[in-house]
Design a binder for this molecule. Sequence first.
Ligand code: GUN
Ligand code: ZN
Length: 449
Amino acid sequence: MANPHEASARKRVFRGTLIHATKEEAVQVLEDALLGVNADGTIAFTGEGKELDRLCKEFAYSPSAVTHLEKHEFFMPGMVDTHIHAPQYSYAGTALDLPLLDWLNKYTFPVESRFKDKSFAQKVYTQVVRRTLRNGTTTACYFATIHTDSSLLLGHIADKLGQRALVGKVCMDRNNSVKHYKETIQESLKETHRFIAELLEKKYALVKPVVTPRFVLSCSGALLRQLGQLAKNNNLHIQSHISENVEEVKIVKELFPDSDSYTDVYHKHNLLTNKTVMAHGCYLSDEELALFRETGASLSHCPNSNISLCSGFLNVRNVLNHKVKLGLGTDVAGGYSASMLDAVRRALDTSKLLTIKDTEHETLTFEEVFRLATLGGSQALSLDDQIGNFEVGKDFDALRVNVMVPGGPIDLFQHEEPKIILEKFLNLGDDRNIVEVYVAGRNVVPSAE
Ligand code: GUN
Ligand code: ZN
């Protein structure tokens, strides 16, 4: 039975400022606009305020059921976190003093091994879903741990709290120094099959499984191959890490001397598809980017993590020039913040750093980064037919932003235009400014719980 506290989507119309990205325009502002939501949570229509009577008549909405946004409010699409480790939220904001491989062994694997305990998982997973939703992440692509039942629990919690999510049970059958945190290839495959079957059986509307080999260092060639086959047979999403850190890239070369590159290792094991998202990619060559483009695989740019673990810098401009799909990720807890607004800021900082190093580098604009956090993320997860902006027919995943919320972090001094207000929100705003969050038309923040 449905939870009686859960508000479901309902037929309604909003009137006010809409800001979203399209393929043509990184930031499109629609002032005094209308947006109609269907009872199934999809967008029925958009139009101009003056068309209210006509559109309400045409789509059978009562004009009295219109919600008017306040002067300093706007709607923007929900943000898409294309890479986040749910269990690592338990130590987010700490343990940032080591490079990747030492960090994994000293902090990450011991913590992840605790998720065998479902009550610990319940606590952390409830908090990470709540925290990210409240910060405007309407879609998250999660790594869980190797534990099937806890990973299923993460799917259940995302469904219950109303977040759209891809959830991956992590696979790893080699090179793990932590005694109780590893699988044999047989266990990994058997449990991955069970995870996918049981998650799909739940028929959650917004939560789907994603095949998740941790990264090449954690997986034998045989495991990678079988996971590629499994994803192919069932048309599933795939996620992993690639080319994050110099040491890691060197070891991959040693482990797979017959492969041309890190990207080639995944490609040879059928893991690069148009439903694949790979985190980081700081050290990819132009040839590797061309392979991403050919296969339709995408990248998740995780700038906080790349800086916090001293991993490197991704040149997003070069990735975009290669026409590779790209979204932003928090990569909690390598990235210390679970907020996508932080990912936006760190992406801009990283791009500016690249300009400091090379004045020829074309710095990303805040408009472009806004697009990456919304439409770009939806493309990176191959969900852009459903989410990413306010196109009619897509699901209404949206943030109601108020930049003048009492006690909030933003000050305005004159009549700033919407684009300036968006820029202030991206650079200065926080969850206090996100007064409502909608996922597939359902009002999930403030929550009904
Ligand atoms: N590479 C393999 N596992 C991980 C992880 O948990 N975090 C990051 N940042 N990189 C990884
Ligand atoms: Zn990661």
